[in-house]
Structure formats: C-alpha cells, structure tokens
Design a protein around this ligand. Structure first.
Ligand code: BGC
Length: 447
C-alpha cells in the first residue's frame, strides 16, 4: 500500500481533533488514572556511555581478532562513575525525563548470578533522578547481552525469552519503586529490516568474527543481538517482550511498559512497492500488533527513506542531510507518528530522535525544525506522551565507533570532561517554552 495515501486519511481524522488538550494522553493499561505530564528528555544507553562493559557480547566482538569495529567502546564516557554528573546535566537542561538503560551483562554476569552491587548502583541512579525531578525511563535491553546469552544462541534461542523475563523481574525489584516508565527491548525490528533489504543475507560476512567469538567463549556458536537469524530473533523478541512486560508489571503494576522500534519515515519510491510492503509486513506490522495492547510504543525516528526495486533509493541531494548523508528532515517524525496511529492503538512516546552532526549548527537547525512538528502533532490530537532527544553525550556509536556526534555535550576521550555545545542552550530554551505551554494547558484542562 502506498504510505502517503494512508497518511492523508489520518491527517484528516487528526485535524478533526484539533482542539484536544496537548497534555499527554493518560496511557492505557493498569493504573492509568495517574496523570503524567508530557515527558521532555534526553536518552543514552549503557554500553554506549558507561565504559568497560567487559562481560557483554559486544565487548567481545569489538576486541576479537578480525573485529569489524573500527575501535572498541573502551572507557566510553565513563558514565559508570560519572552518572551523577550526567543526571545533573539532564536537570540543568530543564528536562523531566532521562532515558537510560540498565546493563544485563553487569547485572547477571553468569546465568542466575545477580549482582546486588550493580542493582544497587542503578537503584541509586533512579533515586537521584527522582530527587532531581526527573522521571527515569529505563530500557532493560539496549542491544547488548551477557556473553553467556550470546554463547547459548543469543536471541535466536527461545530460552532467552524466559531468561530475559527473569532478569526483568530482578531489575524491577531493585528499581521499580522509583520508575514509572520501562522499555523492554530496544529496536528489535531494526535487524529484521536489514535482513529484508539485504534479501536475507546481511550477516554472512560476519561468520568469521562469530566463529572467533565462539572460540573465545568455548562455545559452538555465538550470536549477539544483531547477528542471529533475524526472523528467529523476531519471534523470540516478540515473546520476550510480552514475558518482560508481565514480569515487570508483576512487581511494579504502576509502571508503564513498552517496546521501542526503529522507524524511518519509509515510503515506496518508483518500482519500490514490493520491497516497501515486505519491510512493512515483516519488520513493522508484527511489532505494531504486539504493541497494540501496551501502555505506549517507543518511536525512534531519525530519517526518511524510499524503497526502490532492489534496495533503498539514494537520498536526494536537495534533502536536509545529516553527517551520514541521510535525509534528516524533521517532518519524518510526523510521517511515522501518523503511520503508528493508523496501525497501533498504543500512545506514542518518542524515545529517540536526533541528528549526527560534527557541526553543531546542523543540530541547532534540526531542533528548531523539530519542535514545531511536535507541537503540531500534539495540537492535531495525536496521542504523544513525550519527546526524548538522542543523545545527552557524544558516545560510542556501535559499528561507527566514536566518530559520529549525536550529543548535546561533547566528551573529551581522555579526561571525560563534558562540554556543552551551543545546542544545549537552544534545547533548554525550547523545552522551557514548551513546558510553560504544557503547564498552562494543564491548568486550563483541570479548571
Ligand atoms: C539506537 C542508538 C543509536 C542511535 C543513533 C538508535 O538506533 O537505539 O543506540 O546510537 O540510533 O544511531
């Protein structure tokens, strides 16, 4: 189906709700009576900022002979020690939400062996956020897993779903009383998309690295999150999410729990209808159906893409490009938000959106464009719960190492000193204006 026509239909329906209040819709599900203010935040992920995540599958892949990584994560931003400074930066930005992840590889370094010290570390982090007026939005799995999970077939192995649920339960016992928002698994659909676009063979070139990692762990296979058979991984993550939600809510019924998805604003270009349909059917539809009965769906959108007969079409040279040459038009979030609304009843939390830019002026221009889009979507009555910018810090960008710059703050790779880029002041002032507006609307809605 051609996506633009769907969008037009939804646009008309949304316009009919133009007078709806702009405060966040109360999420559905248990315990929804509590009012949640619109969330304005920034996001990070454990492996990308904490440093020395030595028990994780990715650490091994970054350091194994013949690694495909240009550089290892190493000390990252040393946020394992500097997290109080990071929380202070979030507070200084005037935000009311901080999305970060807890690290399974640290929490359960061996099967069934849980570290109380690490759980306590994250508990203190969540408590410090609350103390600072910040709502922690906690991701339970952001790409990295303990090595022992990868050495047992990773997310291809159906047993991983139950292991994940057990881990979710333990984590929630430790942090649940400080946390209202939980994300189970980050972007499990991304690998399905790559798999479909590459006609089922995206990871063949990594066989050698996987074999090295298997040797290093003394196992006969090693599958990190993005290395498994994507369709099997999809089936396991669909189950793991559901079990994770049950485990989390079993301990903390007040928590709003959702899954976060990688969602480019995708459309079918000339001759690209069949590929577009396959991507939608394989990597979006199953997750939209899964999220349909959740408290929220996490939307992660950075760019716009069009499919051609055998892959993505090249980005137009006139598009607003990021440092990776992607079409980073801020309107992409409107396209995706409308798509979600059409296919899934869960309210939307924008859990990631941002731009990679060496020149910070590009980020500032992006922020200036994105805020009016968010405002418009809320005015149109789309069920938006919040906007969380990626990222607080320049950090370890997976297969691209430290070269891409997504951060509002630069981080010195030796001293770990954080330095505000000009976009910090801009984001702070845009959020401050938006929050004044939110409070005004809230007062009017209550009286
Ligand atoms: C991921 C992040 C990543 C960001 C920017 C998202 O897909 O969740 O871990 O750093 O995109 O590429």
């Amino acid at each position: 189906m051609e996506p633009l026509s769907r969008r037009r239909v939804i646009g008309a329906a949304a316009a009919a709700g133009a007078l709806l209040p702009v405060t966040a819709a109360a999420p559905r599900g248990k315990g929804t009576a509590k009012h949640h203010p619109f969330l304005w935040g920034v996001a990070t992920a454990a492996h990308q900022i904490e440093g020395n995540n030595v028990n994780s599958d990715y650490w091994l892949l970054e350091n194994v002979a013949g690694t495909g990584f240009p550089e290892p994560s190493g000390d990252a931003c040393n946020s394992w020690e500097r997290w109080p400074e990071d929380v202070a930066l979030v507070r200084g930005l005037g935000l009311n939400a901080y999305r970060f992840s807890v690290e399974w590889a640290r929490i359960e370094p061996e099967p069934g062996v849980f570290s109380n010290a690490v759980l306590d570390h994250y508990r203190r982090m969540c408590a410090a956020c609350r103390e600072a007026g910040i709502s922690p939005v906690v991701t339970y799995h952001h790409f990295t897993s303990p090595r022992w999970i990868a050495a047992r077939g990773g997310w291809e192995n159906p047993e991983t779903a139950d292991r994940f649920a057990r881990y979710c339960e333990r984590v929630t016992h430790a942090i649940g009383d400080f946390v209202d928002w939980g994300c189970t698994i980050n972007e499990p659909n991304a690998q399905v998309t790559s798999y479909v676009v590459a006609n089922g063979k995206p990871f063949a070139r990594e066989a050698q690295i996987r074999a090295e990692a298997a040797r290093a762990t003394g196992s006969d296979r090693f599958h990190a999150f993005f290395q498994g058979d994507s369709l099997k991984v999809r089936d396991v993550t669909l189950i793991a999410h559901r079990r994770g939600v049950e485990a989390i809510k079993g301990v903390a019924p007040h928590m709003k729990v959702g899954i976060t998805l990688a969602l480019q604003d995708l459309s079918a270009g000339p001759g690209g209808e069949a590929l577009y349909r396959r991507i939608f059917d394989e990597s979006r539809a199953p997750y939209y159906a899964l999220a349909d009965r959740d408290d929220f769906i996490g939307m992660q959108t950075y760019n716009r893409m069009a499919t051609g007969p055998s892959g993505y079409l090249p980005t137009s040279p006139t598009a607003t490009n990021d440092a990776w040459g992607r079409d980073a038009d801020a309107e992409a979030i409107a396209g995706v938000a409308h798509e979600i609304t059409h296919h899934c009843r869960a309210p939307i939390l924008i859990t990631e959106n941002g731009v990679t830019a060496t020149d910070d002026r590009l980020r500032m221009a992006y922020l200036d464009r994105v805020f009016p889009v968010v405002r418009r979507l809320r005015r149109e009555g789309l069920p938006l719960l919040g906007y969380i910018h990626w990222s607080l810090l320049d950090n370890f960008e997976w297969g691209s190492g430290y070269k891409p710059r997504f951060g509002l703050y630069a981080v010195d790779r030796t001293s770990f000193r954080r330095t505000a880029k000009p976009s910090v002041a801009l984001y702070r002032s845009l959020v401050a204006q938006a929050r004044i507006h939110d409070r005004h609307i809230e007062r009017n809605t209550r009286t």
